[in-house]
Design a protein around this ligand. Structure first.
Ligand code: C5P
Length: 320
Protein backbone atom coordinates (compact mmCIF):
# COMPACT_ATOMS: atom_id res chain seq x y z
CA UNK A 1 0.00 0.00 0.00
CA UNK A 2 1.39 3.44 -0.81
CA UNK A 3 0.44 6.42 1.30
CA UNK A 4 0.23 9.82 -0.34
CA UNK A 5 2.08 11.59 2.49
CA UNK A 6 2.82 15.26 1.99
CA UNK A 7 6.37 16.23 2.90
CA UNK A 8 6.75 18.20 6.14
CA UNK A 9 10.21 19.44 5.26
CA UNK A 10 12.13 19.77 2.02
CA UNK A 11 15.81 20.51 1.41
CA UNK A 12 17.06 21.95 -1.88
CA UNK A 13 20.71 22.23 -2.86
CA UNK A 14 21.95 25.07 -5.06
CA UNK A 15 25.38 25.97 -6.46
CA UNK A 16 27.13 29.31 -6.88
CA UNK A 17 27.96 30.80 -10.28
CA UNK A 18 30.79 32.54 -12.00
CA UNK A 19 30.50 34.63 -15.15
CA UNK A 20 32.91 33.36 -17.81
CA UNK A 21 32.14 36.45 -19.87
CA UNK A 22 30.39 39.59 -18.67
CA UNK A 23 29.87 42.36 -21.20
CA UNK A 24 28.14 45.37 -19.63
CA UNK A 25 26.19 47.78 -21.82
CA UNK A 26 24.91 51.25 -21.02
CA UNK A 27 22.95 52.01 -17.86
CA UNK A 28 19.21 51.74 -18.54
CA UNK A 29 16.53 54.12 -17.33
CA UNK A 30 15.50 51.62 -14.63
CA UNK A 31 19.07 51.73 -13.22
CA UNK A 32 20.03 48.26 -14.48
CA UNK A 33 22.60 47.62 -17.21
CA UNK A 34 21.95 45.69 -20.37
CA UNK A 35 24.20 42.59 -20.27
CA UNK A 36 25.60 39.90 -22.49
CA UNK A 37 26.96 37.25 -20.17
CA UNK A 38 27.92 33.59 -20.03
CA UNK A 39 26.93 32.11 -16.68
CA UNK A 40 28.50 28.89 -15.37
CA UNK A 41 27.60 27.03 -12.15
CA UNK A 42 30.38 25.57 -10.01
CA UNK A 43 30.09 22.92 -7.30
CA UNK A 44 30.04 25.03 -4.16
CA UNK A 45 26.63 24.55 -2.59
CA UNK A 46 24.17 26.14 -0.19
CA UNK A 47 21.32 24.04 1.24
CA UNK A 48 17.92 25.55 1.92
CA UNK A 49 15.44 23.61 4.08
CA UNK A 50 11.80 24.64 4.42
CA UNK A 51 9.40 23.18 7.01
CA UNK A 52 5.80 23.95 7.76
CA UNK A 53 5.39 26.52 10.52
CA UNK A 54 2.83 28.91 11.99
CA UNK A 55 4.85 31.96 10.98
CA UNK A 56 7.62 32.95 8.56
CA UNK A 57 11.20 32.71 9.83
CA UNK A 58 14.74 32.18 8.57
CA UNK A 59 17.90 30.91 10.27
CA UNK A 60 21.34 30.90 8.68
CA UNK A 61 24.26 28.60 9.55
CA UNK A 62 27.45 27.33 7.90
CA UNK A 63 30.94 28.63 7.13
CA UNK A 64 29.81 31.76 5.24
CA UNK A 65 26.71 32.63 7.32
CA UNK A 66 28.08 35.92 8.65
CA UNK A 67 26.31 38.98 7.28
CA UNK A 68 23.30 37.15 5.82
CA UNK A 69 20.11 38.86 7.01
CA UNK A 70 17.64 36.83 9.08
CA UNK A 71 14.80 39.33 8.83
CA UNK A 72 12.24 39.99 6.09
CA UNK A 73 14.95 41.39 3.80
CA UNK A 74 16.38 37.87 3.27
CA UNK A 75 15.95 37.14 -0.46
CA UNK A 76 15.18 33.43 0.03
CA UNK A 77 12.39 34.30 2.47
CA UNK A 78 11.09 36.87 -0.02
CA UNK A 79 11.12 34.13 -2.68
CA UNK A 80 9.02 31.78 -0.54
CA UNK A 81 6.51 34.55 0.21
CA UNK A 82 6.33 35.58 -3.47
CA UNK A 83 5.60 31.99 -4.49
CA UNK A 84 2.89 31.64 -1.82
CA UNK A 85 1.26 34.91 -2.94
CA UNK A 86 1.38 34.03 -6.65
CA UNK A 87 -0.22 30.58 -6.17
CA UNK A 88 -2.61 31.41 -3.32
CA UNK A 89 -0.86 29.21 -0.74
CA UNK A 90 -2.05 30.21 2.73
CA UNK A 91 0.88 28.65 4.64
CA UNK A 92 4.17 29.77 6.18
CA UNK A 93 7.58 28.12 6.37
CA UNK A 94 10.47 28.04 8.81
CA UNK A 95 13.55 28.25 6.62
CA UNK A 96 17.07 27.08 7.38
CA UNK A 97 19.94 28.11 5.10
CA UNK A 98 23.29 26.36 5.32
CA UNK A 99 25.78 28.64 3.60
CA UNK A 100 28.97 27.68 1.82
CA UNK A 101 28.80 30.11 -1.11
CA UNK A 102 30.72 33.34 -0.33
CA UNK A 103 28.50 36.26 0.73
CA UNK A 104 28.80 39.49 -1.33
CA UNK A 105 31.42 37.58 -3.32
CA UNK A 106 30.17 37.88 -6.91
CA UNK A 107 28.94 34.26 -6.97
CA UNK A 108 25.21 35.07 -6.63
CA UNK A 109 24.86 33.38 -3.24
CA UNK A 110 21.72 35.32 -2.27
CA UNK A 111 20.14 34.65 -5.65
CA UNK A 112 21.07 30.98 -5.35
CA UNK A 113 19.26 30.72 -2.01
CA UNK A 114 16.20 32.39 -3.54
CA UNK A 115 16.20 29.84 -6.38
CA UNK A 116 16.54 26.99 -3.86
CA UNK A 117 13.70 28.42 -1.76
CA UNK A 118 11.41 28.46 -4.82
CA UNK A 119 12.20 24.83 -5.67
CA UNK A 120 11.91 23.65 -2.04
CA UNK A 121 8.60 25.46 -1.38
CA UNK A 122 7.22 24.19 -4.69
CA UNK A 123 7.89 20.62 -3.47
CA UNK A 124 6.65 21.28 0.10
CA UNK A 125 3.37 22.72 -1.15
CA UNK A 126 2.90 20.13 -3.92
CA UNK A 127 2.62 22.80 -6.63
CA UNK A 128 4.62 20.75 -9.17
CA UNK A 129 5.66 23.82 -11.16
CA UNK A 130 8.25 23.56 -13.93
CA UNK A 131 11.43 25.64 -13.91
CA UNK A 132 9.91 27.70 -16.73
CA UNK A 133 6.83 28.42 -14.61
CA UNK A 134 9.03 29.51 -11.69
CA UNK A 135 11.13 31.78 -13.91
CA UNK A 136 8.92 34.95 -13.89
CA UNK A 137 8.87 34.99 -10.07
CA UNK A 138 12.63 34.31 -10.04
CA UNK A 139 13.33 37.21 -12.43
CA UNK A 140 11.42 39.67 -10.22
CA UNK A 141 13.52 38.64 -7.21
CA UNK A 142 16.89 39.28 -8.89
CA UNK A 143 18.71 39.21 -12.21
CA UNK A 144 20.66 35.99 -11.45
CA UNK A 145 17.84 33.98 -9.85
CA UNK A 146 16.46 32.47 -13.12
CA UNK A 147 19.90 31.14 -14.03
CA UNK A 148 20.33 29.46 -10.63
CA UNK A 149 17.03 27.63 -11.19
CA UNK A 150 18.52 26.00 -14.28
CA UNK A 151 22.31 25.90 -13.70
CA UNK A 152 24.75 24.54 -16.27
CA UNK A 153 26.27 27.00 -18.70
CA UNK A 154 24.03 29.61 -20.31
CA UNK A 155 24.03 32.94 -22.10
CA UNK A 156 22.18 35.66 -20.21
CA UNK A 157 20.83 38.82 -21.80
CA UNK A 158 18.56 41.69 -20.76
CA UNK A 159 19.65 42.40 -17.18
CA UNK A 160 20.81 38.75 -17.02
CA UNK A 161 17.38 37.17 -16.58
CA UNK A 162 16.82 36.08 -20.20
CA UNK A 163 18.57 32.76 -20.78
CA UNK A 164 19.70 30.54 -23.63
CA UNK A 165 21.61 27.31 -22.94
CA UNK A 166 25.20 26.87 -24.15
CA UNK A 167 26.44 23.53 -25.38
CA UNK A 168 29.43 22.74 -23.16
CA UNK A 169 30.92 19.25 -23.14
CA UNK A 170 32.91 17.99 -20.17
CA UNK A 171 34.12 19.78 -17.06
CA UNK A 172 36.15 22.84 -16.20
CA UNK A 173 38.39 22.84 -13.11
CA UNK A 174 38.50 26.00 -11.03
CA UNK A 175 40.48 27.33 -8.09
CA UNK A 176 38.68 30.15 -6.29
CA UNK A 177 40.25 32.85 -4.18
CA UNK A 178 37.60 34.04 -1.72
CA UNK A 179 38.06 37.13 0.41
CA UNK A 180 37.95 36.29 4.10
CA UNK A 181 37.67 39.92 5.17
CA UNK A 182 34.97 41.82 3.28
CA UNK A 183 32.77 41.57 0.21
CA UNK A 184 31.79 44.02 -2.51
CA UNK A 185 28.36 45.54 -3.05
CA UNK A 186 27.07 44.78 -6.56
CA UNK A 187 25.42 48.22 -7.05
CA UNK A 188 28.66 49.90 -5.93
CA UNK A 189 30.70 47.96 -8.51
CA UNK A 190 28.26 48.82 -11.33
CA UNK A 191 28.34 52.46 -10.22
CA UNK A 192 32.16 52.43 -10.25
CA UNK A 193 32.11 50.92 -13.74
CA UNK A 194 29.83 53.79 -14.87
CA UNK A 195 32.14 56.33 -13.22
CA UNK A 196 35.27 54.92 -14.90
CA UNK A 197 33.49 54.93 -18.25
CA UNK A 198 32.29 58.52 -17.81
CA UNK A 199 35.84 59.51 -16.93
CA UNK A 200 37.20 57.78 -20.07
CA UNK A 201 34.50 59.50 -22.13
CA UNK A 202 34.17 56.73 -24.73
CA UNK A 203 30.68 55.69 -25.91
CA UNK A 204 29.35 52.43 -24.40
CA UNK A 205 28.09 50.11 -27.13
CA UNK A 206 25.20 47.65 -26.76
CA UNK A 207 26.65 44.46 -25.26
CA UNK A 208 27.47 41.58 -27.57
CA UNK A 209 29.15 38.31 -26.59
CA UNK A 210 32.53 37.66 -28.23
CA UNK A 211 31.75 34.26 -29.78
CA UNK A 212 35.26 33.00 -28.93
CA UNK A 213 34.18 31.78 -25.51
CA UNK A 214 31.11 29.90 -26.74
CA UNK A 215 33.23 28.27 -29.47
CA UNK A 216 35.86 27.26 -26.88
CA UNK A 217 33.17 25.84 -24.57
CA UNK A 218 31.93 23.54 -27.33
CA UNK A 219 35.22 21.65 -27.25
CA UNK A 220 36.15 22.48 -23.65
CA UNK A 221 39.60 23.50 -24.82
CA UNK A 222 40.89 24.81 -21.49
CA UNK A 223 43.52 27.14 -22.95
CA UNK A 224 40.98 28.67 -25.37
CA UNK A 225 38.36 29.07 -22.61
CA UNK A 226 41.02 30.63 -20.39
CA UNK A 227 42.03 33.12 -23.09
CA UNK A 228 38.39 34.09 -23.75
CA UNK A 229 37.43 34.82 -20.10
CA UNK A 230 36.37 38.45 -19.86
CA UNK A 231 34.63 40.66 -17.30
CA UNK A 232 33.74 44.33 -17.92
CA UNK A 233 33.27 44.80 -14.15
CA UNK A 234 36.81 43.62 -13.37
CA UNK A 235 38.47 47.04 -13.58
CA UNK A 236 35.81 48.56 -11.31
CA UNK A 237 36.12 45.69 -8.80
CA UNK A 238 39.93 46.08 -8.79
CA UNK A 239 39.65 49.85 -8.27
CA UNK A 240 37.43 49.32 -5.22
CA UNK A 241 39.42 46.30 -3.99
CA UNK A 242 43.05 46.83 -5.09
CA UNK A 243 44.38 43.53 -3.66
CA UNK A 244 42.53 41.77 -6.49
CA UNK A 245 45.28 42.85 -8.92
CA UNK A 246 47.79 40.94 -6.75
CA UNK A 247 45.49 37.92 -6.53
CA UNK A 248 45.07 37.80 -10.33
CA UNK A 249 48.79 38.13 -10.85
CA UNK A 250 49.66 35.48 -8.26
CA UNK A 251 47.38 32.87 -9.88
CA UNK A 252 48.61 33.65 -13.38
CA UNK A 253 52.25 33.45 -12.29
CA UNK A 254 51.51 30.09 -10.66
CA UNK A 255 50.33 28.69 -14.01
CA UNK A 256 46.54 29.25 -14.23
CA UNK A 257 45.30 29.08 -17.83
CA UNK A 258 42.74 31.79 -17.18
CA UNK A 259 41.99 34.27 -14.39
CA UNK A 260 38.86 36.37 -13.85
CA UNK A 261 37.05 38.30 -11.15
CA UNK A 262 33.71 36.55 -10.66
CA UNK A 263 30.79 38.87 -11.46
CA UNK A 264 31.06 41.98 -9.30
CA UNK A 265 33.77 40.32 -7.16
CA UNK A 266 35.76 40.08 -5.03
CA UNK A 267 35.95 36.29 -5.61
CA UNK A 268 38.59 35.47 -8.24
CA UNK A 269 38.33 32.31 -10.38
CA UNK A 270 41.38 30.59 -11.88
CA UNK A 271 40.98 28.02 -14.62
CA UNK A 272 43.28 24.98 -14.73
CA UNK A 273 43.35 21.83 -16.87
CA UNK A 274 43.06 19.00 -14.34
CA UNK A 275 42.22 18.18 -10.74
CA UNK A 276 45.95 17.69 -10.05
CA UNK A 277 46.72 21.17 -11.41
CA UNK A 278 43.92 22.55 -9.23
CA UNK A 279 45.56 21.05 -6.15
CA UNK A 280 48.98 22.45 -7.14
CA UNK A 281 47.58 25.93 -7.77
CA UNK A 282 45.57 26.01 -4.55
CA UNK A 283 48.62 24.98 -2.52
CA UNK A 284 50.74 27.65 -4.27
CA UNK A 285 48.11 30.37 -3.79
CA UNK A 286 47.64 29.50 -0.12
CA UNK A 287 51.41 29.73 0.41
CA UNK A 288 52.27 32.74 -1.75
CA UNK A 289 49.09 34.62 -2.71
CA UNK A 290 47.34 37.42 -0.80
CA UNK A 291 45.42 36.25 2.27
CA UNK A 292 42.13 34.60 1.42
CA UNK A 293 40.27 31.28 1.46
CA UNK A 294 41.22 28.97 -1.38
CA UNK A 295 38.55 26.61 -2.69
CA UNK A 296 38.42 24.14 -5.58
CA UNK A 297 35.34 23.41 -7.67
CA UNK A 298 34.32 21.98 -11.03
CA UNK A 299 31.58 23.16 -13.34
CA UNK A 300 29.10 23.09 -14.86
CA UNK A 301 26.69 21.54 -12.33
CA UNK A 302 22.88 21.39 -12.10
CA UNK A 303 20.94 24.33 -10.66
CA UNK A 304 18.64 24.31 -7.63
CA UNK A 305 17.20 20.87 -6.94
CA UNK A 306 15.43 19.03 -4.15
CA UNK A 307 17.75 16.59 -2.38
CA UNK A 308 15.66 15.50 0.60
CA UNK A 309 12.03 15.22 1.70
CA UNK A 310 11.12 14.61 5.33
CA UNK A 311 7.64 13.10 5.72
CA UNK A 312 5.55 13.05 8.87
CA UNK A 313 5.57 9.25 8.94
CA UNK A 314 9.21 8.45 8.49
CA UNK A 315 12.70 9.88 8.40
CA UNK A 316 14.36 11.68 5.54
CA UNK A 317 13.99 10.32 2.00
CA UNK A 318 16.97 11.34 -0.08
CA UNK A 319 16.04 12.05 -3.67
CA UNK A 320 19.26 13.20 -5.18
O1 C5P B 1 19.02 42.10 -9.94
P1 C5P B 1 19.78 42.25 -8.66
O2 C5P B 1 18.90 42.70 -7.54
O3 C5P B 1 20.59 41.07 -8.31
O4 C5P B 1 20.81 43.43 -8.92
C1 C5P B 1 21.53 44.04 -7.88
C2 C5P B 1 22.06 45.37 -8.35
O5 C5P B 1 23.08 45.17 -9.34
C3 C5P B 1 21.06 46.27 -9.02
O6 C5P B 1 20.38 47.04 -8.07
C4 C5P B 1 21.95 47.13 -9.92
O7 C5P B 1 22.57 48.14 -9.17
C5 C5P B 1 23.03 46.16 -10.34
N1 C5P B 1 22.74 45.52 -11.65
C6 C5P B 1 22.82 46.28 -12.80
N2 C5P B 1 22.57 45.70 -14.01
C7 C5P B 1 22.27 44.39 -14.09
C8 C5P B 1 22.19 43.58 -12.93
C9 C5P B 1 22.43 44.19 -11.71
O8 C5P B 1 23.10 47.49 -12.76
N3 C5P B 1 22.05 43.84 -15.28
Amino acid sequence: MSLAVEPRGVTARVPGKINLELVVGPRREDGYHELATVFHTVGIYDHVTVSEADDWSVQVSGPTAEGVPTDSSNLALKAAKALARRYGVDRCVAMGIEKNIPVAGGMAGGSADAAAALVACDALWGLQLTRDELEPIAARLGSDVPFLLHGGTAIGSGRGERLAPVLARGELHWVLWVSNSSGLSTPAVYAECDRLRAEAGAPVPDPTPSGDLVAALRTMDTAAVGAALHNDLQEAACTLYPVLEDVLEAGTTLGAQGAIVSGSGPTVAFLVGTQAEAIDLSVGLAARGPTGDIRRATGPVAGAQVVQHVTVAGGPNATG
